[in-house]
Design a protein around this ligand. Structure first.
Ligand SMILES: [Zn+2]
Length: 77
C-alpha cells in the first residue's frame, strides 16, 4: 500500500522542518527525536511546557488564599 509511510514524516512543531521517524536517534539512550527534527527542538518544546506549568498555579493561587483569612477567630487578641 503506497502512501502508508506518510506517518513517518511530520512537520517539526518548533522550526517547521520535516521530521523523519528514525532519522535522529540517540544510540546511548535509545530514543528518537521524532516527532521533532532534532533533539534540540525536542528540548525547546519541553522547555515551553515547563514554563507553561509554572504559570498556571500563579493565577489560581488567589482563590486559595482567601480561605485562610476566613478562618480567623474573633476575640483572639
Ligand atoms: Zn525542528
Amino acid at each position: 500500500m503506497p502512501g502508508g509511510a506518510n506517518r513517518d514524516v511530520v512537520t517539526c512543531a518548533i522550526c517547521g522542518k520535516p521530521a523523519v521517524r528514525g532519522a535522529v536517534v540517540d544510540a546511548k539512550r535509545g530514543v528518537d527525536a521524532f516527532p521533532f527534527c532534532s533533539f534540540r527542538c525536542q528540548t525547546i518544546d519541553l522547555g515551553k511546557w515547563l514554563s507553561e506549568e509554572y504559570r498556571i498555579p500563579e493565577g489560581d493561587d488567589q482563590s486559595e488564599g482567601v480561605v485562610s483569612v476566613d478562618g480567623d477567630e474573633p476575640g483572639k487578641t
